[in-house]
Design a protein around this ligand. Structure first.
Ligand code: SF4
Length: 303
């Protein structure tokens, strides 16, 4: 699956590689104060290589260093048939193996529909997917008393997200960059990104060389996303000019107030969750979906 990585690995001691990776993660944690003593940290665990590495590495740091924090994992099943089941299986296997408690939530149980059922109402499935997943992760983490929600965002993801915000002229999102978010609402669990300095290639190399059970398949909706196109573009740039992605990240770091969000949050008048408007995106979209489903049903009955 990663032929160039595997060839590279023949010349590299796996143990040293793992140690280098861990060193980089520790540096981000220390430099940016990602975790405090006695924190309860939840990993948003999809079963993909990034979130699985986040779980393994935080578990190792927790056991071997002076850091004293609790670790658990949360998995969201969006309802993507033929894809998400494998991710959930890998999330269960890895949590079980490491002895970390895993909490599972699904769109179907919490909101009454799967992503497959509602994807057709949007230009790209990634829009409802992102909104509902973030909502369920935050709500579950808040209900579990979590202090920090660790995501598997790596260096590539961060650069892609930044360029996506540029492409959409969405400057409000700039405040979401950086390895740590401040708490901007009592019900909003701050997010941390321990893999912030790790290129995606290295995450893949870690998973393959250590034979970790990760879900490597691509989501069937990924081709619809702007992220996927930017990812291909950045990979070809990196191929031609190695170091480009890191240069992007350094530029953002120097020129933006990362991790600082000037956004005021309220509580949604329907569900009570944090929201930048009187009704949150989730309640707004759920209402739209209900209407669309009703219309679809009527259409079918009238045929
Ligand atoms: Fe969701 Fe889009 Fe990612 Fe698939 S590619 S899991 S639809 S955000």
């Amino acid at each position: 699956m990663f032929p160039d990585h595997i060839i590279f690995m023949k010349h590299l001691d796996r143990h040293n590689f793992n140690q280098e990776l861990e060193k980089k993660v520790k540096k981000v944690i220390n430099d940016h104060g990602l975790i405090n003593d006695h924190d309860k940290v939840a990993v948003a665990l999809s079963g993909g290589k990034d979130s699985v590495l986040t779980l393994h590495i935080l578990n190792k740091i927790r056991k071997e260093s002076d850091f004293n924090f609790k670790l658990l994992a949360i998995a969201v099943d969006e309802g993507i048939h033929g894809y998400r089941e494998d991710g959930i299986r890998s999330a269960r296997n890895n949590s079980y193996k490491l002895g970390v408690d895993l909490y599972e939530v699904s769109l179907k149980n919490e909101l009454g529909f799967t992503l497959d059922q509602v994807a057709k109402f949007y230009q790209t499935a990634c829009v409802p997917c992102g909104v509902f997943r973030r909502y369920l992760l935050n709500r579950t983490a808040y209900e579990l008393g979590v202090d920090k929600l660790a995501t598997g965002h790596n260096l590539d993801d961060e650069v892609q997200s930044f360029l996506m915000s540029f492409a959409r002229a969405d400057v409000r999102r700039f405040g979401k960059f950086g390895p740590k978010q401040e708490r901007i609402h009592p019900k909003m669990v701050p997010r941390i990104k321990p893999l912030w300095l790790i290129p995606e290639k290295e995450v893949g190399l870690w998973a393959v060389s250590n034979e970790v059970d990760v879900h490597l398949a691509e989501c069937p909706y990924a081709y619809q996303s702007l992220r996927s196109r930017l990812k291909n573009y950045l990979n070809s740039l990196e191929e031609e000019r190695p170091g480009t992605k890191l240069n992007f990240l350094k530029f953002f770091q120097k020129n933006l107030k990362i991790g600082k969000r000037d956004v005021k949050l309220y509580e949604c008048q329907i569900c009570g969750q944090p929201s930048s408007a009187s009704t949150c995106k989730v309640c707004e979209m759920s209402e739209h979906i209900k209407q669309e489903m009703k219309l679809n049903k009527e259409d079918r009955e009238n045929k």
